[in-house]
Design a protein around this ligand. Structure first.
Ligand code: UD2
Ligand code: MN
Length: 529
């Protein structure tokens, strides 16, 4: 009897010891750099909030959300995550000053899986010092069920605004930014989990560089298994000329310091922190963009070109569920919407380099993109640099598709440009009002002398087309080579100049006479020879 009691006692003591140790250890890991008032999950009525996993979800777990809803529902909202930071972040972290500003965390969502949205919020409350969170501002973008957001407002820090129409993530975020009370804004998708000590390095960097938009390293939460995997190395955000976002190696082979901020030409868009005053000043996001897509380019070009900068902060890590499809409807179709938003970006910011985008995505020219005058005015008001500056200073390793251009863009006299009507070749060139959207007015003058529009060459062939300047298939012969003399365009084999004096009929070549206005041509961009 006595022995039995002794054993029970020992077992009890052991259980207590282990329990205490576990809680202490878990708290150490989870609250490192986190709150001294840890968040208590009991304040969340989890069971009430989460819906039953339906039979249909079990049959087709990827259908509704493009991630596995069955697995998502099974995971606890406060699950532990592996600390994905470099160990050097820990010592670096201890030197962060005590007083950091507060942030409003803005999460826009549309029909998000409840379990994923809740986990996003709980992970924030669990791994962030509560005194740094001004609020967690949920913007319900007109989800089918208003309760998705409504049931969460009892959670500490959580506030909710619901759109009365579907606005898309861009306008929703801007709305959030205007309502936010914090000095810093932090935007996040509604299916994220923040990692240990994620916020402090972001805030600290903004204190040092108030015009810097910072993003964490975005770790991957697998859409099928929800396994959290740290992003293998620190990459920078980049793109190709179709404006597809991609991760790229950093250009210069310096001795990589794995905890130093990494400058990035563009951000992926999902998660970033920014000084509210700076965000307001630099024009937030383009609210004429719809639903999804393209806004991260617009924000990135604008930030860099108008006096700010963008960095990825390696000691800050946030997981995001990457998925292949959009689980929601685009009222105007997803391609149209993406192209509309992207064209707005291209037309506002890319200057003469936009022709490379149009060459890569010709069909986008047909896409209407609305009025951009407000954004153009903003660009003037903020005295922004041009896109050429951006390419040279921010993204020098983006290769131009064409490298042998003497000049390109419009070839014009005043507000009239060299133009042509599509039809059977040879086609006579005309002088017409310049139009940004006419492909036929885009010319590229190559170093070997040819002047090309849409793959056709500017030609003068007295035997075949008399004096008319026409376009023909390119044969790279003498009759297709031109050179610049002052403002004139001189035909190499005949020495005659392009002249517009009879522009009703078409452009011709005539004896060169530098005093004639009809032989003076401006070209949008002329590269130094
Ligand atoms: C990527 C970005 C995202 C944004 C988008 C381009 C990453 C990891 N994420 O999103 O931040 O830059 O590309 O626009 O780079 N939402 C609404 N209303 C809508 C549609 C979406 O509120 O009409 C919400 C949605 O619930 C989610 C967020 O917006 O919280 C982003 O949408 P997503 O997760 O479908 O897009 P994703 O991850 O491809
Ligand atoms: Mn997302």
């Amino acid at each position: 009897m006595r022995r039995k009691r002794k054993i029970t006692c020992v077992v009890l003591i052991l259980v207590w010891l282990l329990g205490t140790l576990y809680i202490f250890w878990d708290g150490m890991v989870e609250n490192f750099g986190g709150s001294n008032k840890p968040f208590n999950l009991k304040s969340v009525k989890v069971e009430e909030y989460l819906k039953e996993t339906s039979e249909q979800d079990v049959q087709e777990p990827m259908r509704k959300h493009a991630f596995n809803i069955v697995i998502s529902n099974k995971l606890p909202p406060d699950r532990s995550l592996p600390d994905a930071r470099s160990s050097r972040c820990l010592s670096h972290f201890s030197s962060i000053p005590q007083s950091l500003p507060t942030t409003s965390i803005i999460i826009a969502f549309h029909n998000e899986a409840r379990s994923a949205l809740l986990r996003t919020i709980v992970s924030i409350l669990k791994r962030t010092p509560l005194e740094l969170i001004a609020e967690i501002l949920l913007i319900d973008d007109f989800s089918n069920n208003p309760q998705d957001g409504q049931l969460l407002v009892h959670i500490p820090k959580v506030k909710l605004v619901r759109n009365t129409n579907r606005e898309g993530l861009i306008r929703s975020r801007v709305k959030g930014s205007k309502l936010a009370k914090g000095k810093i804004l932090t935007f996040m998708d509604s299916h994220c989990e923040v990692n240990v000590g994620w916020l402090q390095p972001l805030l600290q960097r903004i204190i040092q560089e108030p015009k810097c938009i910072v993003t964490p390293v975005i770790d991957v939460i697998d859409k099928e298994s929800f396994v959290y995997t740290r992003a293998p190395e620190i990459l920078q955000g980049g793109f190709d000329w179709s404006l597809n976002f991609r991760w790229e190696e950093q250009p210069y082979k310096r001795k990589v310091d794995e905890i130093k901020p990494v400058k990035t030409p563009v951000i992926s868009g999902s998660i970033f922190s920014v000084n509210k005053d700076w965000f307001d000043n630099v024009g937030r996001l383009d609210t004429k963009m719809d639903i999804w897509g393209g806004e991260n380019f617009e924000l990135s070009f604008r930030t860099w070109m108008c006096g700010g900068m963008m960095e990825i902060i390696p000691c800050s890590r946030v997981g995001h569920v990457n998925r292949k499809q959009h689980p929601y409807i685009f009222p105007d179709g997803n391609v149209n919407t993406y192209l509309k938003n992207t064209r707005r970006t291209v037309e506002i910011w890319m200057d003469e380099y936009k022709r490379f985008f149009y060459a890569a995505r010709p069909s986008s020219r047909m896409q209407a993109f609305g009025d951009i005058s407000e954004r153009r005015n903003l660009r003037v008001k903020l005295h922004c640099e041009n896109f050429r500056w951006y390419l040279e200073h921010v993204y020098p390793n983006l290769k131009l598709p064409v490298s042998d251009e003497l000049a390109y863009g419009h070839i014009k006299q005043g507000d009239h440009c060299i133009d042509l009507d599509p039809g059977q070749l040879p086609v006579i060139t005309k002088l017409r009002f310049c139009s940004e959207s006419k492909m036929a007015q885009d010319w590229s003058w190559r170093r070997k002398g040819i002047i090309v529009s849409n793959g056709m060459c500017l030609t003068s062939d007295p035997l075949v087309t008399h004096d008319y300047v026409v376009v023909q298939f390119c044969n790279y012969g003498d009759n297709q080579r031109w050179y610049r003399h002052l403002k004139q365009i001189v035909h190499e084999s005949t020495g005659l100049c392009i002249d517009s004096h009879d522009s009703g009929k078409g452009l011709i070549v005539a004896d060169c006479d530098d005093s004639l206005d009809t032989q003076q041509w401006e070209i949008t961009v002329e590269n130094p020879a």
